[in-house]
Design a protein around this ligand. Structure first.
Ligand SMILES: *Cc1c(COP(=O)(O)O)cnc(C)c1O
Length: 423
């Protein structure tokens, strides 16, 4: 039981699963299911690995909040000194509501609207990570019309070799993200000539759930080559942003620890003479993924000729990753059982065959038992929907022996509040 993703904050004591000092069955009974529960200590421990990795450096960690944008989660990271990587005007409003500092916000994404650009300029964000020449022109126009200058970085696509790293999905030619390596210098020259823009950095983000250091080292070399070329053309680059993407343990995955990864990357930066440059990173999943679990109740067991189904009260609207990417989440009983197991497909109540949470899982369960879906802190609640008019789950933040309800369970009335009948 010691290999639970999320350990050491998640552990059995006797037969009861605890997150920090709280028994998860107690939380399920108190707040109902499905219920997301996050450990504040696990988030801060994950962050500390990056902070240790960057000790003594000029570095800013910008939490990529699309991984989990709940206000109290943002508050934890804001209070710990993080900036934020946002991808929409809505995310900007969340950061400001959670007490984040707008000067430490960077705005990523291929499709920023003029409205979002104005909103971000008014808030005084630190940097726009621009993804195309067309976007540069529009941002310039918006900034000039407001009498301002937008601070920009250009997201470059390092085209890291797909043969050796097939799982990297955003840093390749053929992805919609970033500016191609060959066009980068010309794009910087264009940016430098536009009065509404101020070049401050360069950035890349090569993909997600990366479990190997090699693609990071390759991408770093490609980006540093570009920095050399851009600065030789007379355009200074204040900061270098290496994006996010570090993986977590879902199913025995063994990504490098953030501090070990950065020891290697910083050694490479030092060797190339960029060790004192301001650095930024944009981790998402690796800060929150294994800090959270989703508690769900077994509603029915449905034996079949080909498959046995374990029908639970959480579904694809709560935990979309299996349906979207065939992703794996470990599932364990909230109260350990010593009975013999049966193999089940664990499915939700939504009317779609794609509504499954786990396949071929060996479980000893009965109706009424509680399961914990692990590694549910990232890309679960932030992707949750109301499909089948299911209210989004409640969320609890655990801090030692204290439980804070950070999001109420969504009612049907809340779901309908913006709708109108025609009369
Ligand atoms: C999603 C995203 C991240 C975070 O990725 P993780 O895999 O969650 O660390 C960072 N930067 C950008 C631009 C992103 O789109």
């Amino acid at each position: 039981m010691t290999s639970l993703p999320g350990a050491p904050h998640l552990a059995y004591r006797e037969d009861n699963l605890f997150l920090e000092n709280l028994r998860l069955s107690d939380l399920a009974h108190r707040y109902g299911t499905p219920l997301f529960v996050y450990s504040k200590a696990a988030m801060l421990t994950a962050l500390a690995a990056y902070q240790q990795g960057f000790a003594g450096r000029n570095a800013q960690i910008c939490y990529a909040m699309k991984a989990n944008s709940s206000l109290a989660v943002l508050q934890v990271f804001a209070q710990a000194g993080c900036g934020f990587d946002i991808v929409s005007g809505g995310e900007l409003e969340r950061v400001l509501a959670a007490g984040g500092n707008s000067a430490n916000i960077i705005f990523s994404g291929v499709g920023k609207t003029r409205t979002e650009m104005r909103q971000a300029l008014n808030a005084g964000i630190g940097c726009f990570n621009v993804e195309s020449q067309a976007e540069l022109l529009v941002l310039n126009e918006v900034a000039v019309s407001m009498g301002r200058q937008a601070r920009i970085s250009i997201r470059v696509n390092p085209n890291v070799d797909p043969k050796t790293h097939p799982y990297i999905s955003t840093g390749l030619k053929g992805n919609k993200f970033g500016v191609a390596h060959e066009q980068t210098l010309a794009t910087y020259q264009m940016a430098a000539s536009l009065p509404g823009l101020k070049v401050v950095g360069i950035d890349c983000h090569i993909g997600s759930q990366i479990t190997d250091e090699t693609p990071y080292l390759d991408a770093m070399d490609r980006v540093l080559d570009l920095v050399e070329a851009i600065e030789s053309a007379g355009i200074p680059i204040d900061h270098i942003d290496f994006g996010g993407g570090l993986g977590i343990n879902y199913n025995g995955d063994q990504p490098p620890a953030a501090d070990d990864l950065w020891a290697k990357l910083l050694a490479r930066l030092d060797a190339r003479g960029y060790g004192q440059r301001k650095l930024m990173i944009e981790p998402g999943r690796s800060l929150v993924g294994n800090a959270g679990v989703c508690l769900t109740e077994v509603l029915y067991l449905k034996p079949g000729e080909q498959k046995n189904f374990c029908i639970v009260d959480a579904a694809m609207n709560d935990l979309p990753r299996p349906a979207m990417y065939q992703a794996f989440h470990a599932m364990v009983p909230v109260t350990a059982s010593h009975a013999p197991t049966t193999t089940y497909d664990v499915v939700g109540p939504v009317c779609e065959s794609g509504d499954w949470l786990g396949r071929d899982r060996a479980l000893a369960v009965q109706a009424g038992d509680l399961l914990a879906v692990l590694s549910a802190g990232a890309y679960c609640m932030s992707m949750a929907s109301n499909y089948n008019t299911r209210g989004r789950a409640a969320e609890v933040l655990v801090d030692g022996a204290a439980a804070h309800l950070i999001r109420e369970r969504e009612t049907a009335a809340l779901q309908m509040q913006g709708e109108r009948l025609v009369n």
